[in-house]
Design a binder for this molecule. Structure first.
Ligand code: KG4
Ligand code: ZN
Length: 346
């Protein structure tokens, strides 16, 4: 059974054909990084316009690569939220139009469910139940998953998402966008113990908070950095001029603070739910140090950990098609009056 998945929730236009909810036949992602780079973040209006431009070519390429046409599809799964409303509208309108004209079943998929189901696109797949951590540019949350469609939220960020913190810290250091991969790289050359940034553990809670950390990095850069390491003429390009080793140390120390909290909260969630199985997904799950630390932690407490390859951690439509397959099996077909919802809850 072939499902076409479509995701236009943020700044990537993606289409994918997945067979029986597990086998990726094609997965095309057109990134808009070049459009948003100079603004240091996603500009919603520009994102919508680019989606309009790219949706047809991307769907076309996904079908061609899969050697399939609309007539071969059992359904079209589209992400209808959460995300940027203007971006979501493009994918939803496109999917509805194709379903209307071809009579194909329309399936609505929550973006967060897509990230959870991405762990089923590669072997080995997790058994139920498991704890799912989603860490991306828009979300940082923990779920208990008892089956497809059976999700219980255990905690979420109260302010910034982890990826958002990476992007904002990168911007204030003048590194560029998206910040996650850049900080990941610099942190490998820095000392994670160089600066003692705060960790918001929020005792007794599985919620997260990263805005205080972002402010602490900003304060450090504005004050301490100048005193500890006098600026070097011509170095850096952000608010201030910083020596490159100091930037590496800030990146490593900031990252250590984020990862300490993510790893510890995952352990808390496993203890609370008495489940020794976790999945990690979302863009930040592509982080090399987070992957290592989650694996090490799992080994220490004899738990199983499942982390998709980096391309399936960041936004992609294969995860939407895979989740769509399970909705179709359960008879969850959407009406052609489907509307996107920016703050859709899972
Ligand atoms: O899942 P995703 O592609 O889009 C959302 O649904 O938000 O996640 C994008 C986020 C961005 O904030 C980006 O900086 C972050 O994931 N990211 C990373 C890495 N690669 C992407 N963060 C840390 N380390 C990485 N290697
Ligand atoms: Zn995402």
């Amino acid at each position: 059974m072939l499902i076409l998945g479509i995701d236009t929730s943020c700044d990537d236009t993606s289409a994918s054909v997945v067979e029986d909810g597990a086998k990726i036949v094609s997965n095309i992602v057109s990134s808009q990084t070049g459009v948003h780079k100079k603004y240091g973040g996603v500009v919603p209006e520009l994102a919508s316009r680019k989606h309009i431009e790219m949706i047809w070519p991307v769907v076309d390429e996904a079908l061609k690569t899969a050697r399939a046409g609309f007539k071969d599809l059992s359904g079209i799964a589209v992400c209808n939220g959460p995300g940027l409303i203007g971006s979501l509208l493009i994918g939803c309108s496109f999917a509805k139009a194709v379903c209307y004209s071809t009579g194909t079943s329309l399936i609505a998929v929550n973006h967060l469910e897509g990230h959870i189901v991405s762990s089923f696109l590669e072997e080995p797949c997790p058994d139920f139940p498991f704890i799912a951590m989603i860490v991306s540019g828009g979300h940082t949350c923990l779920y208990r998953v008892d089956g497809f469609g059976k999700y219980k939220e255990l905690g979420r960020t109260r302010d910034d998402a982890a990826g958002e913190a990476y992007d904002k810290v990168s911007k204030l250091l003048g590194l560029g966008y998206p910040g996650g991969p850049l900080i990941d790289k610099l942190a490998q050359k820095g000392n994670p113990k160089a600066i003692d940034f705060p960790r918001a553990y929020l005792p007794e809670s599985l919620d997260f908070s990263f805005s205080g950390l972002k402010t602490a990095v900003l304060n450090f850069v504005r004050t301490e950095a100048h005193r500890l390491h006098p600026p070097v003429t011509g170095g850096g390009s952000g608010d201030v001029f910083l020596q490159s080793q100091l930037i590496n140390d800030i990146a490593a120390s900031f990252q250590a603070s984020v990862l300490d909290v993510l790893v510890r909260k995952t352990v808390w969630a496993m203890k609370k739910e008495r489940i020794k199985r976790i999945t990690l997904s979302g863009g930040v799950a592509a982080n090399s140090e987070l992957r290592k630390r989650m694996e090490k932690m799992a080994e220490e407490i004899d738990a199983e950990v499942f982390i998709p390859s980096a391309a399936l951690c960041t936004d992609n439509a294969a995860m939407i098609a895979a989740a769509g397959y399970h909705h179709l099996q359960a008879g969850n077909i959407a009406g052609l009056d489907l509307n996107p919802v920016a703050y859709l809850i899972l």
